[in-house]
Design a protein around this ligand. Structure first.
Ligand SMILES: NC(=O)c1ccc[n+]([C@@H]2O[C@H](COP(=O)([O-])OP(=O)(O)OC[C@H]3O[C@@H](n4cnc5c(N)ncnc54)[C@H](O)[C@@H]3O)[C@@H](O)[C@H]2O)c1
Length: 352
């Protein structure tokens, strides 16, 4: 089987979870790396054996040896770099969120269609073994019609600072950063129903709480607490054309007693939970059963999910198959995220 040459653009925190899996994949060669920060690029090249180091992504894209790229940069560059990569004839794996706005998302989709190249959106939660296992149960009709889902990603102290809290570069706060994962996961599990309307609220009450001591938290590669113009908290109710609904709440900071991550879905034959731990609930012989599937881990397997995501991208390049998280799904999720912000700004329900 052929080996594909990969370029990684953006070498901050998440890049390790692209670099390591490419390194583990026998059909992938980490050929080039690129970051605005040359030292960061050189360090990654030395660690993962990349032949070429770039600080300008355009130069990397002009390199004819490269088959596909992983885009792991700030959200404001996803559209520009994805479109340039597709136009340069490269296959693209772009980190979530696809971009910042629906307008950008549609332009990316047009570039995918015009180029005939693949674009896989980094909806990594779909690639978790438990998510795939539950998806197979859903496809087999075990839960019946899934008509309600709810998800929380609550960080009581978790604004990563830097570009994450600069709305120009991020496009938003916890909704676009962590909400995107659980909204996509629920929507995927529900069978990707067509969205009808969205109502949402966003709050900026607590700031980034950079003053808090004695409690460590995740920080961006270039941490800077000075700028923060994103929301602290967002909640939303998403209605679908088939009558199903999804409720979500997400925060970077909140006066909550602990962090919380829950993802729960309910059908007319059974229900299931993905976070914090996988389980299913059903009814047999007039009795309610809580079922605990025996898998390697009851929780989200971060590293395994990234390995599956990267293996899938390499496989799609080699086989020409479409990814399980294609550009059109990125566009639909972008529409939902934008509608939550629009609804919050206008104080009313938005019909799509
Ligand atoms: N899938 C996940 O679970 C997950 C987790 C964290 C972050 N992410 C996503 O990954 C992306 C990066 O996040 P991060 O936490 O690694 O951020 P980061 O700030 O740690 O790293 C981003 C890197 O991109 C570089 N960069 C920015 N613009 C560039 C450009 N035009 N050309 C070359 N390099 C450029 C920066 O110098 C920096 O080194 C974001 O889109 C984020 O949403 C996904």
């Amino acid at each position: 089987m052929k080996t594909v040459n990969i370029g990684i653009i953006g070498l901050g925190s998440i890049s390790e979870y692209h670099l390591k899996p490419y390194g583990n994949n026998p059909h992938a060669n980490i050929y080039a790396v690129c970051d605005l920060n040359e030292e960061r690029a050189k360090t990654a090249a030395a660690l993962y054996g990349a032949e070429k180091v770039y600080t300008d992504y355009r130069e990397l894209l002009a390199d004819e040896q490269i088959d596909g790229v992983s885009i792991c940069t700030w959200n404001n560059t996803h559209a520009e770099i994805s479109i340039a990569a597709l136009n340069a004839g490269k296959h693209v794996l772009v980190e979530k969120p696809l971009c910042r706005t629906t307008e950008e998302a549609v332009k990316i989709q047009e570039a995918v269609e015009a180029s005939g190249k693949l674009l896989q959106v980094g909806f990594v939660r779909r690639y978790d073994p438990n998510a795939q296992m539950l998806r197979a149960f859903a496809d087999a009709g075990e839960f019946g019609e899934i008509y309600y889902a709810k998800a929380s990603s609550i960080r009581r102290l978790g604004n990563p600072g830097g570009w994450f809290s600069d709305i120009e570069r991020s496009g938003g706060g916890p909704l676009i950063d962590i909400g995107v994962h659980v909204i996509d996961l629920c929507w995927y599990m529900m069978g990707r129903p067509k969205v009808k309307s969205v109502t949402g609220n966003t709050y900026r009450k607590l700031g980034n709480r950079a003053n808090i001591q004695n409690l460590s938290r995740y920080q961006a590669a270039d941490y800077d607490a000075k700028k923060n113009d994103v929301e602290d908290l967002a909640n939303a109710l998403i209605r679908f054309e088939n009558g199903a609904s999804l409720m979500i709440e997400v925060s970077f900071t909140l006066h909550a007693s602990k962090n919380e991550s829950t993802v729960k879905l309910y059908g007319d034959k059974g229900g299931f939970e993905i976070d914090p731990e996988v389980m299913m609930t059903t009814e047999k012989n007039n009795t309610i059963l809580n079922v605990h599937p025996q898998t390697d881990s009851a929780g989200f397997q971060f590293e395994k999910a990234f390995q599956n995501e990267i293996d899938h991208f390499v496989d799609c390049i080699l086989t020409g198959n479409q990814p399980i998280s294609p550009v059109e799904d990125g566009v639909e999720i972008m529409k939902i995220l934008n509608a939550v912000y629009e609804s919050a700004a206008q104080g009313k329900e938005i019909y799509l």
